[in-house]
Design a protein around this ligand. Structure first.
Ligand code: ADP
Length: 633
């Protein structure tokens, strides 16, 4: 069958362009990417053979081989792993499966500096394509283990590739890079130099557990076949004594399994002895991946059993709110055939998950105590995800609350912990106050904040969707209730200052009739109209009853497909505001209250608008407002 020519998918073409024009300054890493893929292919074959002994594949000497041909200026990375079928090559190499790629490319175009661009590339595992940083043509010959026919893929990276079937491909994959012409100015990047290859492998791929061999070139005068040389130490990092492994080595392993080209924020090692033995090597990344909140985010760490790779993305080992944690867990006493379903129910795995979870949280706590800046980075990137744990993991709630921090009115930019908040609480203040909303600015300008601002009472400013849920679920911290300033009765006067009961009673009496009448007029949406002690500037605000869901929560439950009745709100009026005073006066004087009913409606609409909502009938609201404004001219 003749070679067929195909076009790269648009995104793939864009990525290739980026590689060819190499925005990445450290080109050496192409080799790490190819070795990393080869290592995965060997893992996959070993596993497939374990599960299916009948598979017609040779697993007796699994390894990676690097061949240099100085004269032809080619470099070949070969593995005898799982290989790819004809269809797989087209799917895996010609397209980019990652759904976030379009977004990635856009971000990449917008990235202002090179470091930013490098960082972005790292998030997207562009692995194989990185060969085009150093080669002007790439050939891939592969045969899937168990199949007879192989496939040859060739491309110059310029929009098209060819596919052709071949009969003489060995099992596994060989990728041959036709290197770009040598740069006489820059000998450092001569990838036909065995010295250079040795150095790159040692630096980036030493932890790979499969042997990476290099066959020295046979020069014309030599006779006999040269012995291949193994370039890496082939020992699993987590099985080596801790003091023998450098930070750099850990970081390279992280990059391999985390598909991240950047350093991790923190490396965590854990060794469990006893009846159920395991070793864990976990990493906290320094950046949240772009798809952390998408449904198909692949979570979980790699599972090994006695150094044998078993699976990627093993969800059972960490709770969903730690889905950003990367790493390896190597267990001594699990069956090699263990399935995801079994893992979900296994008692030992459950114990492991609890231990690993506590270890991650205690690491964050240490980070908080020792290195504020690092903790700050961590919380900025992953705080939102961790807060999910406040709802879903009551067992670790206290540990989570201890490492959580929040924006607050105390400081414009520095977040506060709950402990610090409590230490700053005013004499007589009993509760921890918070308000949720879209943005810091919209919360700060909310009428609900007025009395708090005036009295200098600190309020936590919560802007994540999950905030309402956890604040509701957690309820209290250190014996202090968590209270939304937009819910229930807030009576700050009772908390310390001039609690002049008489005065208030008198007022309530003064307004009693108006409040009752307004309640009737607004009955459809409002369950109560009352005087407010929250407001100092605004005429009115709406609040939720203490036990009711807030509108934001109602919407969230609805978005999740649950039926929730709409809770009626409470309208609070500011008795010191001229508009409210005037309304009360007019109410007492006038017989015809048609106009006043409209004003009451406007007042309600204003309160709804102020908290970021929409008046029920916007067009009618605008008409009523315009009408009233006109009369001021
Ligand atoms: P990634 O490794 O991030 O998935 P790549 O573009 O490097 O992205 O590779 C795409 C896919 O091609 C891999 O996921 C794998 O399925 C397949 N692949 C790449 N290299 C090899 C190889 N040496 N052997 C078998 N499959 C490979």
């Amino acid at each position: 069958m003749p070679a067929e020519t195909f076009e790269f998918q648009v995104e793939a073409r864009q990525l290739l362009q980026l590689m060819i024009h190499s925005i990445y300054s450290n080109k050496d890493v192409f080799l790490r990417e190819l070795v990393s893929n080869a290592s995965d292919a060997l893992d996959k074959l070993r596993l497939e053979k374990l599960r299916d002994d009948a598979l017609d594949a040779d697993v007796s000497d699994l390894h990676i081989e690097i061949d240099i041909d100085k004269d032809a200026r080619t470099l070949t990375v070969r593995d005898n792993g799982i290989g790819m079928s004809y269809d797989e090559v087209g799917q895996l190499i010609g397209t980019i499966a990652n759904s976030g790629t379009a977004k990635f490319l856009q971000e990449l175009r917008e990235a202002k500096d090179e470091a930013g661009a490098e960082g972005l590339i790292g998030q997207f595992g562009v692995g194989f394509y990185s060969g085009f940083m150093v080669a002007d043509e790439v050939t891939l010959v592969t045969r899937r283990a168990g199949e007879e026919q192989g496939t040859r893929w060739t491309s110059r990276g310029e929009g098209t590739y060819t596919l052709e079937r071949t009969d003489d491909a060995p099992q596994g994959t060989a990728i041959t890079l036709h290197l770009k012409p040598a740069d006489p100015e820059n000998q450092l990047h001569d990838y036909t130099s065995p010295w250079k290859i040795r150095e790159i492998v040692k630096r980036y791929s030493d932890f790979i557990t499969w042997p990476i061999r290099m066959v020295p070139e046979t020069s014309g005068e030599d006779d006999g076949t040269p012995e291949p040389e193994t370039l890496n130490s082939t020992k699993a990092l987590w099985a080596r004594p801790r003091d023998e492994v450098s930070d750099d080595e850990y970081h390279e392993l992280y990059k391999h399994i985390g598909h991240d080209w950047r350093e991790p924020l923190e490396t965590i090692r854990l060794q469990a002895e006893g009846t159920f033995e395991y070793q864990a090597l976990l990493f906290l990344p320094a950046h949240a991946p772009h798809d952390l909140f998408t449904r198909d985010f692949k979570r979980g760490v790699q599972l090994y059993v006695k150094r044998v790779f078993i699976m990627d993305d093993c969800e059972a080992l960490l709770p969903p709110y730690l889905r950003f944690v990367k790493g390896v867990v190597d267990a001594a006493d699990l069956s090699l055939n263990v399935s995801r379903e079994i893992l979900q129910q296994d008692r030992h795995i459950e114990m492991m998950r609890r231990r690993l979870t506590k270890k991650v949280l205690s690491t964050v706590k240490d980070m908080m105590a020792k290195d504020q800046e690092r903790y700050g980075t961590f919380w900025r990137e992953f705080g939102t995800v961790l807060k999910e744990g406040l709802v879903t993991d009551p067992e670790n709630r206290d540990a989570l609350l201890a490492v959580a921090s929040f924006a607050s009115t105390h400081h414009d930019t520095e977040p506060t912990t709950l402990k610090q908040y409590v230490e700053r609480m005013k004499d007589g203040q009993e509760d921890i106050y918070y308000l949720t909303g879209e943005s810091r600015q919209s919360i700060e300008n909310s009428p609900h904040m007025e009395a708090f601002r005036e009295r200098g009472i600190e309020v936590l400013l919560l802007t994540d969707a999950v905030d309402e849920v956890w604040a509701d679920a957690v309820g209290e911290f250190d014996g202090k209730k968590l209270r939304s300033v937009a819910k229930g009765r807030i009576d700050l006067a009772a908390e310390g200052e001039e609690a002049s009961g008489d005065e208030r009673e008198q007022r309530t009496e003064e307004y009693a009739e108006l409040l009752g009448w307004m309640k009737e007029r607004l009955d459809e949406d409002i369950k109560e109209v009352r005087l407010s002690s929250r407001l100092t500037v605004s005429p009115a605000c709406v609040v939720s009853d203490a036990q009711d869901l807030t509108p934001a929560l109602e919407n969230m439950y609805r978005a999740m497909g649950q039926e929730v009745p709409r809770a009626k709100r409470i309208l609070e009026l500011n008795p010191d505001h001229q508009l409210v005073k005037g309304l009360n006066r007019a109410f007492k004087e006038r017989e015809d209250r048609t106009e006043l009913a409209e004003t009451a409606e406007v007042l309600h609409g204003l309160a709804v608008l102020a908290e970021g909502g929409q008046p029920k009938e916007p067009a009618r609201f605008v008409k009523l407002m315009a009408d009233r404004l006109e009369r001021t001219l």
